[in-house]
Design a protein around this ligand. Structure first.
Ligand SMILES: *Cc1c(COP(=O)(O)O)cnc(C)c1O
Length: 464
């Protein structure tokens, strides 16, 4: 076969893609008919496809390209590390400089006594580590019965069998025999969709107390940990009411339940602090990290754990690890990414400039006839599409049908915005500038106008 390059016609690339490439979370037959969009290059916040179209990437890849595309420093560091030491493992009492430097740096950045890092290749792997780590922790402390991990419906913690079990996406549980035993799910703090007549504050408290009820019902001696994203990302950028997190922290403290904050999206500046746990003012015992750790330039994840957990786990052998745990090239790239985040004060830019600017512009979208609420936190934004703002009604047709139309109108207007059901979400690169936020919101508004016209034409603007 001759070389496959950017210069091939798009149709040929699409044909080869559908013949040989199986895509994640995709109906293969449907995609084969439509043809995948071929992304060829990117710079800053802008992607380019094989047809020469450019898009403002309001999803930062997949929530991960925090420092933006095209940072040559990361390429330089990766090339240098590949020449010096492309790989060595950390299993057999060996280590290397990138793993040492990155774990020390993460211990410095992480709050409280989270001073120890177990590396993985991804967020899913890191959460698999967490399942084994918290169960092993309690077993080593003489409480092997404490093995249940409580999570939330509509949470996303990854797609491996373990992390997919932690997640609360029922359509994922339906395939492959998930969840594994001893994972328990409580309801999410999603006021817009599930709050009924309660105020957000009442609802936040009620949902947090489901954790207490679950612990009481299952037995304190059976529950190992509670895991949650500070802000649910893939579930639709669900920002809990203000009453939620303080109550969760109180309950974890009262029953001595380990708190795992899945910071895979919220970590590394997304919410305007280094970690979402700081924004929500919680004290996790473990934080899951990936995505923004390397700004997506290399696959790497990990678990940052407390002194106490590291002490206990370190008192015996932890029979766990990945060939690529602490991979030297990925670790060197992550370290360079952290240097850029810190030296360029990108988190300060989020907190002081970009997030307030986005919040103001984004809120304005709530005036659109199709939009019921428009909220943001840091550089994550969400809007609920609805046929009736007052009753927060869902659409009469298939859930997600209107969201899908809106996503297609976004593409047509050179904007990448994702839909989760009938909710539209963004999570742009943290380096986005105010004038780029103006472009983002202007394109989103056009897409909403076109969606509104389209669903009226199709008769979809009806409450369920
Ligand atoms: C993406 C994600 C994961 C899984 O990370 P992968 O690198 O895709 O395995 C886990 N938790 C959260 C909150 C995520 O958003």
């Amino acid at each position: 076969m001759s070389a496959i390059t950017n210069h091939m016609p798009t149709a040929e690339l699409q044909a080869l893609d559908s013949a040989h490439h199986m895509h994640p979370f995709t109906a293969g037959n449907e995609l084969a008919e439509k043809g995948a969009r071929v992304i060829t290059r990117a710079q800053g916040v802008t992607l380019t496809d094989s047809e020469g179209n450019s898009f403002l990437d309001a999803m930062a890849g997949l929530w991960c390209v925090n420092i933006g595309y095209g940072r040559d420093e990361l390429a330089q560091v990766a090339a240098r590390q590949m020449r010096e030491l492309p790989f060595y493992n950390t299993f057999f009492q060996t280590t290397h400089v990138p793993a040492i430097a990155l774990s020390a740096k993460l211990a410095e950045l992480a709050p409280g006594d989270l001073n120890h890092v177990f590396f993985a290749g991804s967020g899913s792997e890191a959460n698999d580590t967490n399942i084994r780590m918290v169960r092993t922790y309690w077993a080593m402390k003489g409480k092997p019965g404490k093995s249940i991990i409580i999570s939330r419906k509509n949470a996303y913690h990854g797609s491996s069998v373990g992390s997919g079990s932690l997640g609360g996406m029922t359509y994922m549980h339906e395939q492959g025999g998930l969840p594994i035993p001893d994972i328990h799910h409580i309801n999410q703090p999603h006021w817009w969709a599930e709050g009924g007549d309660l105020s957000p504050e009442e609802f936040g408290l009620a949902r947090a107390r489901e954790l207490e009820e679950a612990i009481e019902r299952l037995g304190e001696d059976r529950v190992a940990a509670f895991i949650a994203e500070p802000v649910q990302g893939a579930g639709g950028v669900v920002i809990a009411p203000q009453t939620y997190w303080p109550e969760i922290q109180r309950i974890c403290d009262k029953y001595e339940i380990l708190l795992i904050a899945d910071e895979v999206i919220c970590g590394f500046g997304r919410t305007g602090n280094w970690f979402g746990s700081q924004t929500m003012n919680i004290r996790p015992d473990i934080m899951t990290i990936a995505k923004g750790l390397s700004s997506g330039y290399a696959p790497i994840g990990g678990s940052i754990v407390s002194d106490e957990i590291a002490d206990v786990i370190g008192s015996g052998e932890f029979n766990h690890g990945y060939t690529y745990s602490g991979h030297p090239v990925a670790a060197a790239v992550a370290l360079e990414n952290l240097r850029i985040l810190e030296e360029e004060d990108i988190i300060g830019h989020v907190r002081n400039i970009a997030a307030p600017y986005l919040e103001k512009a984004w809120k304005g979208l709530a005036d659109h006839p199709l939009v019921g609420e428009a909220r943001s936190i840091g550089l994550m934004g969400t809007i609920a599409l609805t046929p009736d703002k007052d009753s927060r009604a869902a659409f009469a047709g298939d859930a997600g049908a209107v969201g899908y139309i809106c996503r297609e109108r976004c593409f047509a207007n050179n904007l990448i915005m994702r839909h989760v059901g009938d909710r539209m979400i963004i999570s742009p690169p943290l380096v986005i500038r105010p004038e780029e936020i103006d472009t983002l919101v202007a394109r989103a508004t056009r897409a909403l106008d076109e969606t509104y016209a389209e669903i009226q034409k199709q008769g979809l603007f009806k409450a369920a």
